[in-house]
Ligand binder design. Structure first.
Ligand SMILES: *Cc1c(COP(=O)(O)O)cnc(C)c1O
Length: 229
């Protein structure tokens, strides 16, 4: 257990150093960038360990998975949980109870369902910037209407845009998506930009990311349904 702690601590410090360097190189303040620790498929103990090291923002992909882990992750001072996976409207009310930030709003219907839960929620709009069919997210053309719908929801505070570019091991391949998202956010005067994962967060920071969602670089490879050694 101590060794696992040490390695998470080391990885956390490495990631913080990299975020800081990327920010400074880009002429930005490191404090403008929030590290969201992606804990999907890791047990609640990983959230507790990371919180203990000073992490406060956590990203989860699946409502039901986090529902199971939440009791064990409850009561962590200052912790904020972000939903970063696709959300179906029929799970909106439970998601509104479990999460502080929903990063994946992509329809007016979903926004209205979240609003109906009557809890203050921060939301971001997931934007689909590639033609890949499997990806969720709103089309850029639909943003003006969607933004208007979300702003009409009294319980929702719209803070920015989020995107998941097509996977590539070359960050230069994802850079154009980050630039595109930043331009859209500027166009609609939104300040939050959730973009960048373990393989490309420095590039995302260069292009203006305010939230980076990092799993593997902090916790190692995800090994679903495998017992720890
Ligand atoms: C899993 C996931 C991440 C983290 O990915 P890593 O490459 O492990 O850092 C970030 N964002 C989303 C939407 C994810 O599903």
């Amino acid at each position: 257990m101590a060794a696992a702690n040490l390695s998470l601590r080391e990885r956390y410090h490495q990631v913080c150093d990299r975020i800081e360097r990327a920010a400074i190189c880009a002429g930005r303040k490191p404090g403008e960038i929030t590290l969201v620790a992606v804990t999907k498929l890791f047990p609640a103990a990983a959230i507790r360990e990371a919180h203990n090291l000073g992490l406060r923002d956590f990203g989860e992909n699946y409502v039901q998975e986090f529902q199971r882990k939440q009791p064990e992750a409850a009561g962590l001072a200052g912790a904020r949980f972000h939903l970063i996976g696709h959300l179906q409207s029929n799970k909106a009310s439970i998601a509104a109870e479990l999460f502080h930030v929903i990063e994946t709003v992509d329809s007016a219907k979903l926004a209205r369902r979240l609003d109906a839960a009557s809890r203050r929620l921060e939301v971001m709009l997931e934007v689909k910037l590639s033609a890949e069919d499997s990806k969720s997210g709103a089309d850029p053309e639909s943003l003006p209407e969607l933004i208007e719908s979300v702003r009409a929801c009294p319980n929702l505070q719209l803070t920015g845009l989020m995107t998941i570019p097509p996977w590539s091991d070359d960050p230069e391949q994802t850079r154009p998506y980050f630039i595109r998202l930043r331009k859209l956010a500027e166009q609609f005067q939104l300040s939050g930009l959730s973009m960048g994962m373990s393989g490309d967060f420095e590039t995302a920071i260069e292009e203006g990311a305010t939230l980076v969602r990092i799993g593997t670089a902090l916790f190692g490879e995800r090994r679903p349904r495998q017992d720890p050694p």
